[in-house]
Design a protein around this ligand. Sequence first.
Ligand code: GLA
Length: 381
Amino acid sequence: MVAFTPPLGWNSWNTFGEDINETVVMESADTLIESGLAACGYNYIVIDDCWALKERGDDGRMVPDPAKFPHGMKYVADYIHSKGLKFGMYSCAGAHTCAGYPGSFDHEFIDAKTFAEWGVDYLKYDYCFHPFTIAGNVLYKRMAVALANSGRDILFSACSWGADETKKWIKETGANLWRSTYDINDSWRSIRELSLVAGDAIKHGGINCFPDMDMLVTGMNGMGNVGLAGCTPEEYRTHFSLWALLGSPLMIGCDIRSMDEPTRETLMNMDVLAINQDPAYNQAFDASANASKEENEYPIYVRLLDNGDYAIGIFNFSDVASSRWNTYLLMDTIGLPETTGKTLLLKELWTGEERKVTNGILTDAIPPHGCKLYRAQVVDR
Ligand code: GLA
């Protein structure tokens, strides 16, 4: 199957980890609808690790843990589908998942068939405990071909954390999206670290091969499985802006049943989501003066949108406010020199503030850990 835009949805891992069960999953599906998140495009409900019994059944198939999923997975899938949503599950290229449950190694076809029978629409496929004698690309091909022959359209979400130079071979495996980074946790430090390495991964992505910067921590507020220090609403906005602008899948990781208002506003900003879902999926590029630095704390990511607008994100990953000397964008660098007679009319997507670039340079003082995210229309000077 072909994915034309990055998938949007909710995943159980960040908040629930091993404490996953049918009630949480079905209530989260209800909340996706009732909160309006589904209407914004978040339509996948993904159960991550720890859903199975530790041993396979006598028929060689994986068995949902009856204490967590007493009615089995088809029941959960049917419920999710009845809401108009899609159902995602998790397995691993190794013999065990990262949390020690059965993985799909050497069981790829039977597992793909089982998932198809249950009504699975999305498979996240991890990389723990795989045999080192078999190359990663072969392990992902094994599951890709099994899914493609399972009789059901199942989106294939590879999760090899960028390891073993994933970017060089992932496109040949048929994965629709691929984790380009190691695991996120709910702290500014983690967001910052993943952001600093993001620029490289996006060069290897494209339609139907979306680099996945990991699930969102927006709204976790320090609670749950990967909850650490938590972040401020502004840091969560910066995180969301960057993931959206760079074209990452957006999988919500907080407990949406108890979302607070800033979380709602961040996750449901339709202008920001429109950039993430832009049909052209042109690659973002760093147009800042520091772009050639290996780790640029002041990137200015720019992306040409399908209707001719630009999306522009100016970021400050450092701990001090930026000055006009470290966050400025020259119109020349994005194809709009003075000779064109054109400039940009900007709308900042978090505040609604509008302004026009008048002198060929866009400068902004950005607070520490903050950002400005613009949609910019090309207009006469
Ligand atoms: C790995 C993945 C995470 C999560 C856990 C589950 O660490 O990268 O996203 O799926 O495994 O054990």
